[in-house]
Design a protein around this ligand. Structure first.
Ligand code: TRP
Length: 398
């Protein structure tokens, strides 16, 4: 493997690794350096035809912008070969924030549109191993507990319990282990170091972990879901910073006699302060959490959302606002489903008819009911529901 270790800034100064996203990310450049394929409108139209549904606005608006082998997965689907979906979450904060929601909202759409089974990995082990906190204040148990809390947010996204298996690594590892050791044997230290930039001082758990995130991409890791010996193709929706894990996975697959998983990648959800980096749970003022009240949402948007508006009302009326830099507009692209309404706002704001305070009010009106709805659904998720999603059981596989 010849690629530069992750963590090396590219020439625009941005860094994209599974643990760090900083700077203004150039997504075209990322496609080139990661060696992924742009998600074209032709492919989006093909998804529409195969599912008989209008494509999700994340696809129509280029929020999911890149893929690996999605075309081949769709070829197989068209020939009657069903696939399964695999996504995950590293439990690091009590509540999910808006950025964490993106892959789950999209995965839920894919599950409904293709009517396929889904597995969701909670990497409590990863977050423990990669934690910068002291073990005494942040023991393994605390990550296991965060995983359980996060499960409720995830279930509240509306996944079909008949088609969804949720598992925490600390608990399910025995089932994954045969594939984990096969993968570990097939990857050398210099390969993972090349991909992830590990140092000699890193704990050995970090070095071994990528195999744990790779294993669920192979259907034999779930014998209770897929009792057949036949391999089921896998599609992984994820933010593009997770690609290094799956580059490694795809690299080892043929050596183990397994199919390479297909991937579909999203852009990052920007922090309130502006278009660089990604929303982070460790800075509560940069993030809107699923647990935020209506008043907190209004306050955070009004106080912190970076404005692409002009310095004075006069200038703004004259020159108009900059939608590309305006966080309220950017968030509306993620969450306002109505294309016509979004276009009206874009037009009004960029010509100066709509002011910064007004576009922020639009965003608040969009987010408040969406989060209130999620909170109500989360309230309704019981511990027994979590148990059910995590129970070893067959799923409906048509
Ligand atoms: N490593 C991811 C995180 O920190 C969690 C994860 C595990 C994941 N498996 C995945 C994400 C598959 C996307 C797809 O959040």
């Amino acid at each position: 493997m010849t690629e530069k270790p992750t963590g090396t800034p590219s020439s625009d100064g941005s860094v994209v690794t599974p643990w760090q996203v900083t700077g203004a990310v150039d997504y075209d450049r990322l496609i080139a350096t990661f060696g992924t394929t742009p998600l074209t409108s032709t492919l989006v139209e093909r998804v529409e035809r195969l599912t008989g549904k209008k494509a999700h606005h994340f696809l129509r608006r280029g929020i999911f912008f890149s893929h690996r082998d999605l075309d081949q997965l769709l070829d197989a689907y068209e020939n009657g070969q069903r696939f399964y979906l695999y996504t995950g979450r590293g439990p690091s904060s009590e509540a999910l924030h808006l950025g964490h929601l993106i892959p789950f909202i999209f995965t839920k759409y894919l599950q409904d549109a293709f009517r396929v089974p889904l597995v969701i990995q909670l990497t409590d082990d990863e977050k423990f191993l990669f934690s910068k906190h002291d073990v005494s204040s942040h023991p393994l148990e605390s990550y296991i507990q965060l995983g359980r809390e996060n499960s409720k947010d995830i279930i509240a996204c509306g996944f079909d319990r008949e088609r969804t298996f949720l598992f925490a690594d600390s608990d399910y590892i025995g089932w994954l282990y045969p594939n984990v050791v096969r993968i570990q044997r097939a990857v050398s230290f210099s390969q993972v170091r090349g991909i992830f930039g590990f140092q000699h001082s890193d704990n050995i758990g970090k070095i071994a972990f990528p195999a744990v995130q790779a294993a669920p991409a192979f259907s034999s890791s779930f014998p209770h879901l897929f009792p057949t010996k036949q391999q089921i193709p896998c599609l992984i929706p994820c933010a593009v910073d997770q690609d290094p894990y799956f580059r490694m996975t795809r690299d080892v697959a043929p050596r183990l006699g397994y199919r390479k998983p297909a991937l579909i990648h999203s852009k990052f959800f920007p922090p309130l302060q502006g278009a660089e980096g990604k929303m982070s749970a460790s800075d509560p003022n940069s993030a809107i959490f699923l647990s935020d009240s209506a008043a907190q949402i209004r306050k955070k948007v009004n106080k912190y959302a970076f404005s692409g508006g002009r310095d004075t009302v006069e200038e703004h009326r004259l020159y108009g606002g900059d939608c590309a830099r305006d966080i309220a507009f950017q968030y509306l692209c993620f969450f306002l489903e109505d294309d016509d309404r979004l276009e009206d706002i874009r037009e009004a704001y960029s010509t100066g008819r709509m002011l910064s305070g007004e576009i922020k009010a639009e965003l608040v009106r969009c987010l408040q009911p969406m989060l209130a709805d999620l909170q109500a659904r989360r309230q309704a998720v019981s511990n027994a529901d979590v148990e059910e999603f995590m129970r070893i059981r067959p799923l409906i596989v048509e």
